[in-house]
Write a protein that binds this ligand. Structure first.
Ligand SMILES: [Zn+2]
Length: 390
């Protein structure tokens, strides 16, 4: 089905080469059964996934296993062989699993489905492209498309690395040159494909599905077929949202319609999924990314703890101000403040009071909102309008 759809879309695009093969874009990525932190790439199983760009569906997965515990048990004469299945299909290094499986997938697509992949979106951390160019007959025509997310991440890491290696730049313009070099190396070099803004997010989605059922890569499931089964289940979960694949699998195995408990389970999952989609439609423009406001905390920033003025002084100053605000004789004030700005008395009285434009903000201020910014604004306004006279 999904091959037909990819072919149809390629035909609509007119993406057929001179040999009559359908040309498509694939998103590829590989994953191991074991987590590595920049070293120790010795996982015993790995899976590569090939996803069609136009349909966003998996078209091929290739699994590599280095270990088969059943065979080693038989070799140690701990058990007898019952079925001829052996899970071991790889003896090379773990790091070469990804490219090998991708090459297998490309050859399969070409020979069986008459599809050629001429554009390959990858995260660029394996020698997949090099191996494809070497081993796939039409390899020379494959265009490597860089994943935008990974390219930007590589750039960020390169800049971070610069911090620790100050010997790389010297003089006044050394730092600028070093940054320019890194931009050229990580971003400009692949700008011809970065302009597509293609990402391998669908592949990452598959990996998160796989992680969910393989114990977050923490448990070793690759002693026999465990990893294979989990990789296949992850494919089903990826292709059918809300776990609707359970129904079809049941039908195939039991040759009858799913029982009531399974139906109920599928229905609740489905409804939850649909509800989530509906809710997403309600708020289409939610901004997920909000830059953190640089307010700091009590140790650093605008709102640091500062020694306050002693209570007695504060109280006496408040009293002082209040006494200044008191008006003894109304008619005097009225007479002396006529003409407003031209009157000295008006300017003095005005400088002691809040203007009406600030009054609402002060009166309606929430107690939970810090008042520092408002106070700053009022003080600035007062200082500008009524400069202290000497
Ligand atoms: Zn075996």
């Amino acid at each position: 089905m999904r091959f037909l759809k990819e072919k149809k879309l390629a035909e609509l695009r007119g993406d057929i080469d001179s040999d009559g093969y359908y040309c498509i874009t694939l998103i590829v990525d590989g994953v191991w059964c074991k987590r590595s932190y920049g070293h120790g790439y010795n996982a015993s199983s790995g899976v590569s996934v090939l996803i069609g760009m136009s349909t966003q569906k998996i078209v091929f997965i290739g699994i590599r296993n280095k270990v088969c515990l059943i065979c080693s048990a038989i070799a140690n004469r701990q058990m007898e062989r019952k079925d001829p299945v052996c899970w071991k299909n790889w003896s090379g290094p773990s790091t070469a699993m990804e490219s090998d499986a991708v090459v297998e997938g490309l050859l399969y697509l070409e020979n069986v489905h008459h599809i050629r992949c001429t554009r390959l979106v990858g995260d660029g951390d394996a020698n997949t492209i090099a191996k494809c160019k070497e081993r796939v007959p039409y390899g020379g025509r494959i265009l490597k498309v860089e994943c935008a997310n990974h390219a930007v991440r590589r750039y960020g890491r390169a800049i971070q690395k610069l911090q620790g290696n100050t010997s790389r730049f010297s003089g006044q313009t050394g730092l600028l040159h070093a940054i320019q070099y890194e931009i050229g190396r990580t971003l400009v070099a692949c700008s011809n494909t970065l302009i597509w803004n293609a990402t391998n997010n669908p592949a990452e989605t598959y990996m998160s599905q796989l992680c969910k059922i393989s114990g977050g890569k923490r448990i070793n499931f690759s002693k026999a077929g465990g990893f294979n089964r989990r990789a296949n289940i992850a494919v089903l979960a990826f292709q059918n949202p809300a776990q609707q694949y359970h129904g079809k699998a049941y039908k195939m195995i039991a040759n009858k319609s799913p029982s009531t408990p399974l139906n109920k389970f599928l229905l609740t999952r489905r409804n939850k999924y649909l509800k989530r989609l509906q809710r997403k439609k309600l708020f289409p423009n939610i901004k997920k990314f909000r830059p953190k406001q640089n307010t700091g905390d009590c140790n650093y920033g605008d709102s640091v703890e500062k020694p306050d003025m002693p209570t007695e002084i504060f109280e006496s100053m408040t009293e002082n101000l209040l006494s200044k605000l008191k008006v003894q004789n109304n008619s005097d004030v009225e007479f002396e403040t006529r003409g407003q700005t031209t009157s000295e008395r008006w300017r003095y009285e005005r400088s002691l009071r809040l203007s009406s434009s600030f009054f609402k903000e002060v009166a309606c201020r929430k107690a939970s909102t810090p008042c520092s910014k408002l106070v700053k604004r009022i003080v600035n306004y007062m200082v500008q309008s009524f400069p202290p006279q000497r």
